[in-house]
Write a protein that binds this ligand. Sequence first.
Ligand SMILES: *[C@@H]1O[C@H](CO)[C@@H](O)[C@H](O)[C@H]1NC(C)=O
Ligand SMILES: *[C@@H]1O[C@H](CO)[C@@H](O)[C@H](O)[C@H]1NC(C)=O
Ligand SMILES: *[C@@H]1O[C@H](CO)[C@@H](O)[C@H](O)[C@H]1NC(C)=O
Ligand SMILES: *[C@@H]1O[C@H](CO)[C@@H](O)[C@H](O)[C@H]1NC(C)=O
Ligand SMILES: *[C@@H]1O[C@H](CO)[C@@H](O)[C@H](O)[C@H]1NC(C)=O
Ligand SMILES: *[C@@H]1O[C@H](CO)[C@@H](O)[C@H](O)[C@H]1NC(C)=O
Length: 137
Amino acid sequence: MMSCLWMCLSLLYLLQHSVSSDQVVSLICPKNLEVSYGETVTVNCSIEWKGNRNCTGREFVWKYRDDNIECKNASTKYICDWDRRSYVFLNIFDVNNNTSVSVEIVSDCGLDVSPFITVNVSGELLLASKSLFSVQL
Ligand SMILES: *[C@@H]1O[C@H](CO)[C@@H](O)[C@H](O)[C@H]1NC(C)=O
Ligand SMILES: *[C@@H]1O[C@H](CO)[C@@H](O)[C@H](O)[C@H]1NC(C)=O
Ligand SMILES: *[C@@H]1O[C@H](CO)[C@@H](O)[C@H](O)[C@H]1NC(C)=O
Ligand SMILES: *[C@@H]1O[C@H](CO)[C@@H](O)[C@H](O)[C@H]1NC(C)=O
Ligand SMILES: *[C@@H]1O[C@H](CO)[C@@H](O)[C@H](O)[C@H]1NC(C)=O
Ligand SMILES: *[C@@H]1O[C@H](CO)[C@@H](O)[C@H](O)[C@H]1NC(C)=O
């Protein structure tokens, strides 16, 4: 049911974009984020509406390159939420790999898909110097 919704909406999106580049909603996301191994990263994208249109978000999905991220139900690995209007975020807990995520939203005024956001896990060196730093404080 859900996947049909997304497939149909994606088709609609492609159709809409091949016809016109006149986009009402845009996701503004960081290009890349750095996080220390084992820590939490928050990917927070802002939502902008062309001409301050008063639109409401309907659905969103966060994805890895191949998979949707199951973050809407309480999970020990992910949390995601939005206000349907100005932002959509994803928390990844205990980050242990370099990865990329992307978010897609559907609103009553149109759709957008963000570029991939790189999550860059810094090595043990940074982790070590960081704990040294906090010891000194
Ligand atoms: C995401 O950003 C919005 C606006 O910039 C802010 O209101 C919201 O609290 C942020 N959410 C998180 C989880 O950082
Ligand atoms: C936007 O629309 C919502 C309901 O659709 C309404 O409650 C709100 O007052 C509107 N805001 C503006 C600034 O028009
Ligand atoms: C959340 O969990 C409930 C019950 O386990 C399930 O019915 C529902 O589809 C889940 N929602 C999402 C968004 O995964
Ligand atoms: C992530 O990539 C960086 C280089 O871009 C590398 O130094 C680091 O060790 C990688 N981290 C993991 C957990 O693979
Ligand atoms: C990173 O780890 C997550 C969760 O363990 C996994 O779903 C994802 O596919 C991994 N990404 C890469 C690029 O290995
Ligand atoms: C990850 O961070 C390192 C150190 O800041 C940087 O050299 C590298 O280019 C980054 N890799 C990615 C994929 O952003």
